[in-house]
Ligand binder design. Sequence first.
Ligand code: GDP
Ligand code: MG
Length: 192
Amino acid sequence: MAIVTIGILAHVDAGKTSLTERILYQTGVVPALGSVDKGTTRTDTLELERARGITIKAAVVSFQLNELTVNLIDTPGHPDFIAEVERSLRVLDGVVLVVSAVEGVQSQTRRLARAVRAAGLPLLVFVNKIDRLGARGEALLEELRRKLGLRVVVMNAAAGRGTRGRRAGRCGRPGPGGRARDPTMTRDGASR
Ligand SMILES: Nc1nc2c(ncn2[C@@H]2O[C@H](COP(=O)(O)OP(=O)(O)O)[C@@H](O)[C@H]2O)c(=O)[nH]1
Ligand SMILES: [Mg+2]
């Protein structure tokens, strides 16, 4: 049976644990969506993690997608726990790098992107927090190119950035709630 192991990486607070929880919910693994703010996610299980709303240890969750077994690793974003992240890289088939559409590329993001490139792993950038005021689109893509040296291939687009009514859809097609032309989701090709 095919197995794929994916690491969710980012600087602290970008939304790794929230994204992991959302994936588990959308794939039907968990019946209710947990919240980091309420201490109810599946991957922040240590008492300290739940109390402080941060991830300290990398946590693995597994689920089935038809014939495929997916292992998702939710990693800590705080620089103090970078060793835990680097340990995780060795077992990964690919990485999802979460970037906040508002805060953008942080120093930890650069460090992680360098480590991912050194490990030769495929990288998908997930742009999060598109609902927040100040969420960027094209300017963020430029930042990813400039600061991370990525050759960006846009896969998704967002409509209604910076509002609660934001929608993500496939690039060049209308989003679920209207047209979504402004690209905010990217994937790395090879390094330039
Ligand atoms: N507005 C907004 N807040 C988010 C989003 N994703 C996560 N957050 C919040 O950002 C904070 C950090 O999220 P968390 O998943 O713990 O980030 P992590 O440190 O990368 O694991 C929490 O307060 C979340 O509720 C999002 O898409 N939009
Ligand atoms: Mg976390």
